[in-house]
Design a protein around this ligand. Sequence first.
Ligand SMILES: Nc1ncnc2c1ncn2[C@@H]1O[C@H](COP(=O)(O)OP(=O)(O)O)[C@@H](O)[C@H]1O
Ligand SMILES: [Mg+2]
Length: 223
Amino acid sequence: MSILALDNVSYTYKSRYQEVQAVKNASFSFQQGKVYALVGKSGSGKTTVLSLLAGLDLPSEGQVNFGNTSTRQLDRDKYRREDVAVIYQAYNLFPLLTALENVMYPLELKGIKAKEAKPQAAEMIISVGLTEEVFKRYPAMLSGGEQQRIAIARALASRPKVILADEPTGNLDTENGANIVSLLKSLAHEKNRCVIIVTHDLSIAGQADVVLRMHDGEVALEG
Ligand SMILES: Nc1ncnc2c1ncn2[C@@H]1O[C@H](COP(=O)(O)OP(=O)(O)O)[C@@H](O)[C@H]1O
Ligand SMILES: [Mg+2]
C-alpha cells in the first residue's frame, strides 16, 4: 500500500487580483523505501506539491492521502509533528540553540524530557555522520554541509515515515550535496522511509529510484 498519495489534486492560489493554478489534477502514489525526485522548471508547482504533501495546506480539489486518511480528516498538527519531516534549502536551524538543542527541540515538543531527549538527539547527530564535536556549536559555527546534516538529524528525531526535502542541496557544493543525497538514500533504502526530493539538479535526480517531472502544474512520471 502507498504511504502517501496525490489523488486528483489541484491547487489554486487566490488573491484579490489574480488566480494562479499551481497544481493541476495531479495523481501519484508514493511508497516507503524509495527515493523520489520531483523536477521541473522554476514556477512549475514543485514547492506547492511539497507543502500539500506536508499537510501545510489543503488542496483546492482532490485529496492528499496519508495511508488511508485524507489530510482533510487528519489531525494535521500531529501529522506534521510525528509522521512527516520537511528539510529546506536554507536549513532553518534555530540560531540561538546549539546543534544538539536544535535536534532535541522536536523531541521536547513531543513531551520527551530533556534527560531522555539528549541521548536520542546525540544518536541522531552521529547517525548523519557528524561527531560529538558539533554538539555545543551554534549554527553559525558550522559549515553549510554540517548545518544541513543537523537539519536532517532534527527532521529525523521524531522518526517520521515521510521525509520531504525542497532543494536540500541548493546551497551546497557538489561534494557536500552528494553526501546529503547518499544520506537521504540510505534513509529510504535501509530505514524504509519515503523520501521525496525537489531538485533541479539532474545528477541528484539521477540517483532517485523514481523521477517525477512537473510542467505547468501537471505531474508526470519521467520515462
Ligand atoms: N503564495 C503565492 N501566491 C500566489 N502565487 C504563488 C504563491 N506561491 C507560488 N505561487 C505561484 O504558483 C506557481 C507554482 O509555484 P511553486 O510551487 O513555488 O513552484 P516551484 O517550486 O516549482 O518553483 C508559480 O506560478 C508561482 O508564481
Ligand atoms: Mg520551489
